[in-house]
Design a binder for this molecule. Structure first.
Ligand code: FAD
Ligand code: DLZ
Ligand code: SF4
Length: 507
């Protein structure tokens, strides 16, 4: 009996369970560029191009390996425009009566496959270190689901950087050696860039024509689009940037988009790289004396800690997670998230970089665009849809817990024990943005005062009932209360800024 084998755009791994369960002599692989997936949020053109180009190259590789592949291009005149529609069309063409699939990374698609009129077997996605069941076991009965405890379990499970049951270097976490302010000069050369080949060029033409209204610059396009290139990009990062990854993990620079970051999340999330090879490469650099412990521990914590933890939260919390709004925030996402048209240099830079590269590093996402949206009381669902659209690495399983949980505190404190908020001082300490800003970071309430300053205190004041008893925030409230009569000036300035935002005026 013929079966279809569904491979989605972020399942481009040769050992993916649906393929491992299939028989290449009789089963038929289905891959489809479809309008529904390309349009459920207005994805950045670079993200769409990356996925389509990587899908086409992966399909070609499967064919070389003897698989029969039914591949739908976006402009196929026969296309139904959806994944389920394409499965049904291919089933009709081939006489297949069932589908082998790997569980998708978004609830939306999981339920679409469950509702498919022909049976679809969704196998667990084993490309992750922690299964849903293992995460649920870990979470069971815990009052707080803190990443640090989860991470220790993953270190023990993998034996990465372990001496028996003890962490190498005597500590689990070397972050106190990390998080240095921005350096004057960055010695790393940035991510490895690839010249588009004929396959990529054809996709770029298609995307240029079909998605010209979407936010984001398509060309120049330099991403890796196959496994071999992604491995080269990983090796380049390990050599060039990993040694200082820890030191400058939280720094931001106007003229350096990537600093010492790996820029591999889009490759990992699409399946071109796996967590194990990425961690092994970092450990090898440590063993060879090429990268220090603070960098290597910090890096593997992101992969086997944060990344796995976020996925665990997404699947544990269920499909309503992206609708959570624990702080009752309802403001509209400001237009400058799409235009960069703001006098705030930090926000303008983060949005411009996002537009040009479909990439911003963690602190730009968390402490600039995320921080501002939270302080301004923006509806978290709108914030979530923005992040899901604009980054090349964004799929709901990883984006939503980072945005709804870590960044917007909309899950009420599952991911974070307190909201990630700051005034301008933090941004000034970690970046060079403030030097070139129309606002003054040192000014708290004047006409040119940095918006983050007053919005920060107004946020705390607005949410006093919610946070005053949080031990990690008590000091902030004591400081606020000591300000006495000065507080009104902060609240007035914040109200002025929020009014301008609400009426679509520039800030
Ligand atoms: P590096 O800083 O070099 O880190 C190495 C790797 O660690 C990354 O490639 C990534 O795979 C992993 N990693 C680091 N932090 C996280 C994290 N918090 N969650 C999951 N993995 C992590 N990451 C995504 O992959 N997709 C998203 O859609 C996404 N949305 C985010 C939204 C917000 C508001 C925030 C604060 C963070 C988000 N992140 C997301 C996490 C992080 O910002 C990106 O993984 C990172 O910036 C990717 O760039 P890099 O490869 O240079 O990462
Ligand atoms: C993100 C994306 C895009 C833009 N386009 C496609 C597509 O045309 N075909 C496809 O199979 N996958 C695509 N993807 C990735 C899917 O949206 C992703 O598999 C789900 O969101 C689950 O993570
Ligand atoms: Fe951002 Fe404020 Fe600094 Fe301007 S002064 S760059 S708005 S933190």
């Amino acid at each position: 009996m013929v079966r279809l084998v569904l491979i989605l755009g972020d399942q481009l791994t040769e050992t993916i369970p649906a393929l491992a369960q299939a028989d290449r002599t009789t089963d038929i692989v289905v891959m489809a560029e479809v309008a529904d997936e390309a349009g459920y949020v207005p994805h950045h053109p670079k993200k769409i191009a990356f996925i389509f180009a990587a899908m086409r190259k992966f399909a070609a590789r499967l064919q070389d390996d003897g698989w029969q592949v039914c591949y739908t291009r976006l402009d196929d005149p026969e296309t139904t425009g959806s994944i389920v529609g394409e499965l049904l069309r291919r089933a009709d063409e081939t006489g297949a009566a069932e589908v082998l699939a790997t569980e998708p990374g978004e609830w939306r698609l999981i339920s679409a496959l469950e509702d498919c009129p022909i049976p679809v077997h969704q196998f667990p996605d084993d490309r992750f270190l922690c299964s849903h069941a293992e995460f649920a076991d870990w979470a069971e009965g815990r009052k707080e689901l803190r990443m640090e405890w989860f991470y220790r379990q993953m270190r023990r499970k993998t034996s990465l950087l372990m001496n028996g049951d003890q962490p190498v270097g005597g500590k689990w976490n070397f972050d106190h050696d990390n998080r240095k302010p921005a350096p004057n000069a960055v010695t790393a050369s940035g991510p490895m860039q690839f010249t588009p080949d004929a396959t990529v060029e054809a996709v770029l033409d298609l995307v240029a024509e079909g998605f010209d209204k979407n936010f984001g610059t398509l060309r120049p396009f330099w991403f890796a689009t196959d496994r071999d290139q992604a491995q080269q990009a990983l090796a380049h990062f390990i050599r060039d940037a990993l040694p200082k990854f820890g030191d400058y993990q939280d720094a931001m620079l106007t003229n350096d988009k990537f600093l010492y970051h790996a820029v591999i999340s889009m490759y990992l999330n699409a399946g071109l790289l796996g967590w194990r090879e990425v961690c092994d490469a970092a450990i090898q650099a440590y063993d060879a004396g090429n990268a220090p412990l603070n960098a290597v521990e910090g890096f593997i914590r992101q992969i086997i800690g944060w990344r796995e933890y976020m996925r665990g939260i997404y699947f544990c919390e269920g499909p309503d997670y992206t609708r959570r709004n624990s702080l009752n925030h309802h403001a509209k996402l400001p237009d400058f998230y799409w235009t960069a048209d703001t006098d705030m240099a930090c926000v303008a830079k983060a949005v411009e970089q996002t537009r040009d590269e479909a990439y911003a590093h963690h602190i730009q996402r968390l402490m600039v665009t995320g921080n501002f949206a939270l302080l301004a009381g923006v509806d978290p669902h709108q914030v979530h849809e923005w992040y899901l659209a604009v980054y090349a690495d964004a799929y709901e399983w990883v984006e939503a817990p980072n945005v709804i949980g870590m960044s917007q505190f909309a899950d009420g404190g599952i991911v974070g024990s307190k909201p990630y908020i700051s005034g301008g001082n933090y941004i000034n300490k970690m970046s060079d943005y403030c030097k070139g800003c129309a606002y003054s970071v040192g000014d708290k309430t004047g006409d040119k005062s940095c918006p983050f300053n007053s919005l920060y205190w107004a946020f705390l004041d607005r949410h006093r009932d919610r946070f005053a008893k949080n031990p990690r925030m008590a000091q902030m409230y004591r400081t606020w209360d000591k300000m006495g009569d000065k507080r009104q000036a902060y609240l007035d300035r914040a109200a002025y800024l929020l009014n301008r935002l609400a009426s679509g005026q520039r800030i």
